[in-house]
Design a protein around this ligand. Structure first.
Ligand code: G6Q
Length: 558
């Protein structure tokens, strides 16, 4: 039987709204405009379409927009009551309506002395308390004062977690590598494939390893399975550790004290966060413990400061000068009017190499929804496919499709001017490529100019004519350039918060609840059923013939 997909027999009204209709009408008139013409008509385009925030620059001039487009996009944002919902979020109102929860990752990095209330309780003392606990613990580990059961200091930290309890801290550790403690190494285990944990443990010694079990619910199958395997390795390894030694080598980050105790971790070794912190928004909480140890608590606080500054910008800047709002509305312009299906994130900073993976979750888990906040079918496209990789590597791989493919793929190019590396010539090459790519995407390659180049290269006429169509390309591919002076804890905090708020704005325009993730539940439930079938060898549940055939294949080949 086919599932009934939409419960309320109604369609979300967004596409009949005045601001939407006005944009649609405008789109018909401007969708053929070429950016080359826009630049030729306006020598001031860069300064009018760029914004500076602290040491960060957003240049959005290479977009297929005019002043009218931007105005209509801001009208749409206003119609969606972005400012009202933003204020509700910061005030701790339960904007996660399907789970009845506040959405307060901003409270985790609230560096002002303003209280933040959830159900009449000021949560700031809780936040401060946990930060103090993180500081005390991380400093002990960093100074070699947290001594393991064999009398040795910790040298390796293993974060066991998945999804939001993995991607955020993992990405932060990679991004802030230059700030890391030089005698500590940090590892992340997420996959339940035993190869992941086994291939890592092989290099470690129980005496000097600290495990951080990070799980908001402390019920996640993959994490608990890896944690049990780690515990077994610790107890049964060559080091002769005992149950009493667990306290020195296992700490937990969770909201669920009962489950943490049941696993065998003493609550005094537990770092807490709360149900008003979504998993994919939790790197600012104790989920960031691995990064706090790795780069030091002062740097972790700097990260929070940078995010807080972006929070203030998001709250205070008018929509027209608001970085997250501008990025969000440009995304809507391409996704909903040009029907762009995906958007690429292309960092030109090696330390930001995990940013695309992190943003894939942040964006797609938040806005990959097809029903609006009132349970009505969304009859418009919502979350775009977010993908990407280090830009310089991408140039030698997938950029061909960006330049000459048939699809419109808006891009975010992200660079830092000052590298942490010591070779200036490398930075210059990297920067020149960064700059050249957005220019090439925008301008394309003109037929006459290309013909001329072929002639100058002494290519025979008939060969040149044959090659010509393959060499020219239309350009007009939009990009945002986000340039930071240097990748520091503070600028990283601002960058990440900017993307979080961009996701928020898009979710609000599409009238979604960006803070639940019911879509990931079904697979988990079915996996539990199938695990019973794999373990027992019995057929316990009904399956389609494909799933049944695959299940049998696993059984016969295991
Ligand atoms: C994030 C998601 C998801 C979650 C993981 C891990 O928003 O909810 O990625 O973080 O499923 O969950 P636990 O932290 O509860 O183990």
């Amino acid at each position: 039987m086919r599932p009934e997909r939409v419960i309320l027999n109604a369609k979300s009204p967004l596409i009949n709204s005045p601001a939407w209709m006005a944009l649609l009408d405008h789109f018909e008139r401007v969708n053929q405009i070429h950016m080359v013409d826009l630049f030729e008509q306006d020598s001031d385009r860069f300064s009018r379409y760029s914004i500076q925030f602290n040491e960060m620059l957003l240049d959005y001039s290479k977009n297929r927009v005019t002043d009218v487009t931007m105005q209509l996009l801001f009208d749409l944002a206003k119609q969606a009551n972005i400012e009202k919902f933003r204020d509700k979020m910061f005030a701790g109102e339960k904007i996660n309506n399907t789970e009845g929860r506040a959405v307060l990752h901003t409270a985790l990095r609230n560096r002002s002395d303003k209280p933040v209330f959830v159900d009449d309780e000021n949560v700031m003392p809780l936040v401060e308390n946990e930060l103090a606990k993180m500081r005390e613990f991380s400093e002990k580990v960093r100074k070699g004062e947290w001594i393991g059961y064999a009398g040795l200091p910790i040298t390796n930290i293993v974060n066991i977690g998945i999804g939001g309890s993995d991607l955020g801290p993992n990405m932060v550790c990679r991004a802030l590598e230059p700030y890391s403690h030089k005698s500590l190494r940090v590892h992340f285990v997420s996959n339940v494939d035993a190869s992941h944990i086994e291939q890592m443990l092989i290099h470690l010694r129980p005496e000097t390893t600290l495990f951080i079990i990070a799980s908001k619910t402390f019920t996640t199958q993959e994490t608990l399975t890896n944690a049990e395997t780690a515990k077994k390795w610790f107890l049964e390894g060559a080091g002769r550790a005992t149950e009493d030694d667990i306290a020195k080598h296992f700490v937990a980050v969770s909201t669920n004290e009962e489950k943490v105790k049941a696993f065998g971790i003493d609550p005094k070794n537990m770092f807490r966060f709360w149900d008003w912190v979504g998993g994919r928004y939790s790197l600012w909480s104790a989920v960031g413990l691995s990064s706090a140890i790795y780069v030091g608590m002062d740097n972790f606080i700097e990260l929070l400061e940078g995010a807080h500054e972006m929070d203030k910008h998001f709250q205070e800047a008018p929509l027209e000068e608001n970085m997250p709002v501008i990025l969000a509305m440009l995304g809507i312009w391409y996704g909903n009017f040009f029907n762009a299906e995906s958007s690429a994130v292309l960092p030109y900073d090696h330390n930001l190499r995990m940013l695309p993976a992190y943003l894939e979750q942040a964006d797609m888990e938040s806005n990959g929804k097809s029903v609006d906040r009132e349970g009505r079918q969304a009859t418009y496209s919502t979350g775009k496919i977010i993908w990407g990789a280090e830009g310089i590597n991408g140039q030698h791989a997938f950029y061909q499709l960006l330049h000459q493919g048939t699809r419109l793929i808006p891009t975010d190019f992200i660079a830092s001017v000052q590298s942490h590396g010591n070779h200036h010539n490398h930075s210059q090459i990297l920067a020149s490529n960064f700059l050249a790519q957005t220019e090439a995407l925008m301008k394309g390659r003109d037929m006459e100019e290309t013909r001329q180049q072929l002639v100058e290269a002494n290519i025979e006429l008939h060969k040149a004519e044959n090659r010509l169509p393959h060499m020219i390309f239309g350009g007009n591919q939009p990009s945002n350039s986000i340039v930071i002076k240097k990748l520091t804890p503070r600028s990283l905090g601002s960058l990440l918060a900017m993307y979080e708020h961009k996701i928020f704005v898009q979710g609000m325009v599409w009238n979604l609840n960006s803070y639940d993730q019911w879509g990931v539940e079904l697979g988990k439930k079915l996996a539990h059923n199938i695990l019973d079938e794999l373990e027992s060898g019995d057929d316990l549940f009904d399956h389609d013939s494909s799933t049944k055939g695959l299940l049998d294949w696993f059984r016969t080949n295991s």
